[in-house]
Ligand binder design. Sequence first.
Ligand code: UD1
Ligand code: F6R
Length: 371
Amino acid sequence: NKGKYEHYMQKEIHEQPESLTTTMRGRLIRGGSCKAKSVLLGGIKDHLKTIRRSRRIVFIGCGTSYNAALASRPILEELCGIPVTMEIASDLLDRLGPIYREDTVVFVSQSGETADTLLALEYALENGALCVGITNTVGSAIARNTHCGVHINAGCEIGVASTKAYTSQIVVMVMLALAIGDDTISNQTRRESIIDGLFELPSKVREVLKLDQEMKDLAKELMSEQSLLVFGRGYNYATALEGALKVKEVALMHSEGILAGEMKHGPLALVDENLPIVVIATHDACFSKQQSVIQQLHARKGRLIVMCSKGEASLVCPGGSCRVIEVPQVVDCIQPVVNIVPLQGHFLKTSGDLRKKIKHSDESESRECGR
Ligand code: UD1
Ligand code: F6R
């Protein structure tokens, strides 16, 4: 039932404060006078020792699920100190890339049934790795065939373009990083501040959803363009890739997510006063580097739309020289959850073609339900 929404995708975007709450339910421990704040993931608690001993963590997924893993990679590296590598399922299979017994391989999939991800799981099992699933669908092939895992519990996702599963996947992988890194005392303060951030995340997502009208207006302006670039880095490199993927899928428009650190190694050649460019520049350790990217884009007269933390418009856009999207700030590693929301579905309303596509998907391509 779509309720007051025109499409399942819209409904699922607006459901995110609730789906994130369900994802975290029973898994965050508030702590107390003598007990530290912590995370309990029932599905992997008996495997944590093995995971901590592994030589490498390999994330495998496709599309949006791959992007969610990419968003979580930095915090996993930071809290666990284990090298993390990224694999798009089909590419790993094309190369038959090395997977070892000492690896922990994490399979990320909303449906739990994606063919390439399943083939990669078979391949990793043959190679003797510990296989962990992160899926929305209880009883799916990935949930059944992995050694252990975590259900994201985001509720059924029906829209073909993944939205609430993406944000719940990131939250589960941040919780995974907290659980694996739980044996390191030196990270305790950092871990507790992330847990505090997770508690307040649903209300921050509710707040960012209020940008609805502003984003619709922007989308209307951009709909007639040929292309849209999205620059991000660090925690928000994934936001750039996922934002561009949503624009492609939903607006049927060319869009490219670009690692901001690579800008001067080619992409700068594309910049002129016509091509719209979204720059993700919320406040984190990469902020000053993003400020200098914005200056360079400015120098090329780039048509900029900058996403920044609330109250920081003047830091990213001196003299009001560009368009700004101000979003609530949260702890750096979960900022991608907030930042993706304005890019998820606003190009939808103005596209007749998409309406057809979404309608078709609602009727005949519905994905299987999570719970
Ligand atoms: C489980 C129950 C939940 C209950 C909670 C109470 C299920 C599905 N979940 O949640 O209803 O409220 O205990 O403590 O019954 N798994 C995989 N691969 C995957 C995903 C999961 O092997 O890709 C396995 C896990 O290792 C675990 C089981 O499936 O053995 C359930 O996982 P999950 O639902 O995440 O566990 P809990 O959160 O403990
Ligand atoms: C994009 C999208 C796809 C899926 C991909 C993997 O909006 O939905 O890119 O993310 O097909 O699907 P799952 O997560 O079910 O393995």
